[in-house]
Ligand binder design. Structure first.
Ligand code: FES
Length: 101
């Protein structure tokens, strides 16, 4: 486990997300206000690209079939069994780092 720099905070507007491809992982990096969160980019339904989903409050809506997930903890309002993988994120000045397995 180690924090790896992946993006600049100033390049991600609040209320948006970017795709980070690193270590054979596709990660969606979200910005809510001044906080950053990272989940798997791949929807657990059929692999839709969550970094391209619409953000509604603290939820992202998958662009393929509109499943919703909480950006902060990866949970789904549909079922407690449905949960995206999440990754710890930290910010050092303008640098965003993700803790990768
Ligand atoms: S692939 Fe995301 S809702 Fe179907």
């Amino acid at each position: 486990m180690s924090f790896v720099p992946v993006a600049k905070a100033s390049e991600i507007p609040p209320g948006s997300a970017i795709l980070v491809e690193i270590n054979n992982l596709e990660i969606a990096l979200f910005r809510l206000g001044d906080e950053f969160y990272a989940t798997s980019n791949l929807c657990i339904h059929q692999g839709g690209p969550l970094a391209e989903g619409r953000i509604d409050g603290e939820q992202v809506i998958c662009p393929w079939h509109h499943w919703r997930f909480n950006i902060k903890d990866g949970t789904s309002p549909l079922s407690p069994k449905l949960k995206l993988r999440t990754f710890p994120v930290k910010r050092e000045e303008d640098q965003i780092l993700i803790d990768l397995p």
